[in-house]
Design a protein around this ligand. Structure first.
Ligand SMILES: Nc1nc2c(ncn2[C@@H]2O[C@H](COP(=O)(O)OP(=O)(O)OP(=O)(O)O)[C@@H](O)[C@H]2O)c(=O)[nH]1
Ligand SMILES: [Mg+2]
Ligand SMILES: [Zn+2]
Length: 291
């Protein structure tokens, strides 16, 4: 029996990397019946059939799991946003962070296309990024000419998954780091100011100290798995200041003696972060009512 990691899945065949040796494996019939499918990122024990093939016997418990696209055991969720085309949006960053925390993923922020942004745009974005830095998120702001290797190295070891809107430059980043991969990238459609979906499947690629995966851009984020009362926990500084509210289950909306609202007034919580929290809270609260 050997252990390895699923790096690719193609029509029922799972490619497993076991200390750099590749095996194409299939799940044993027995656990196929249990309606459980292995996914990319899984650590598996498998039985060797011959030099290149094997049978998966056991899937190790997942530390975490991203649903769309399915990837497990993610050490760093790299939220990629562009400075321009599409424009940098703190609302989108905040929504991504909520998704990340809801799946117990460890997020970081990478902003691309610095070379395309004007000085005033850069200044404005840096101001927003300082808010995220103060909360404790690792942030990088990069352009075409930056040293991509050092950017990837800062992430530390383990599996890093690139995630973000279509056209922000996820595949471009990965290509800059691993030119041998020659991943397909696309010009974004300027008329819509929104990218086309270029990257389709998920695959783990080796990088120094671990793996990296590109994911397809998305058109909508899904909050269906999140209850309205959980949202406040996914805005980390709101969660922290929320400890000081009079009511233990304060949602920081209309409750009296709310420390979160006081800290927004005092400038210790960024107004835009609070606004995005309230927006998402209300969106989710209204969705639940429809059931
Ligand atoms: N000037 C400049 N252009 C960039 C940069 N990053 C990406 N681009 C361009 O932006 C466009 C979209 O990049 P992609 O890498 O395909 O974007 P993606 O995030 O992989 O998009 P999807 O696969 O659709 O999710 C391409 O034309 C890239 O050349 C950058 O830092 N600077
Ligand atoms: Mg792509
Ligand atoms: Zn409160």
């Amino acid at each position: 029996m050997r252990t390895g990691r699923i790096i690719k899945s193609l029509s029922g065949v799972y490619r497993v990397d076991s200390d750099g040796e590749m095996f194409d494996t299939k799940p044993r019939g027995l656990f196929r019946k249990k309606k459980f499918s292995p996914i990319v990122g899984d650590i598996v024990d498998f039985e060797i059939e011959n030099v290149t093939e094997g049978y998966i016997q056991h899937v190790h418990e997942r530390q975490n799991e991203l649903k769309r696209p399915p990837v497990s055991n993610i050490d760093h969720l790299v939220i990629v946003m562009s400075a321009v085309e599409p424009d940098f949006s703190t609302q989108l960053v905040d929504r991504f962070l909520v998704i990340a925390h809801s799946y117990v993923l460890n997020p970081r922020i990478v902003v691309t296309k610095k070379d395309m942004a004007s000085d005033s745009q850069i200044e404005r974005i840096e101001k927003d990024l300082d808010v995220y830095r103060a909360i404790g998120y690792p942030v990088q702001f990069v352009g075409k000419k930056d040293n991509i290797e050092t950017i990837f190295d800062e992430w530390g070891s383990g599996l890093a998954v690139l995630s973000g809107q279509s056209g922000v430059g996820k595949s471009t980043l990965l290509n800059a780091y691993r030119p041998d991969l020659a991943i397909e990238t696309n010009q974004i459609s300027k008329s819509l100011n929104r990218g086309k979906h270029t990257t389709r499947h998920v695959e783990l690629f080796e990088r120094k100290g671990g793996f990296v995966a590109d994911t397809p851009g998305f058109s909508a984020l899904d909050f269906d798995h999140i209850h309205k009362d959980e949202v406040k926990d996914y805005f980390l500084e709101i969660q922290e200041y929320g400890q000081g509210c009079k009511f233990r289950n304060c949602n920081h909306i209309k409750e009296p003696q709310c420390n979160v609202k006081a800290q927004v007034e005092a400038g210790n919580i960024a107004q835009f972060r609070y606004d995005h929290y309230v927006q998402l809270f209300e969106e989710i609260a209204n969705r639940k009512e429809r059931y």
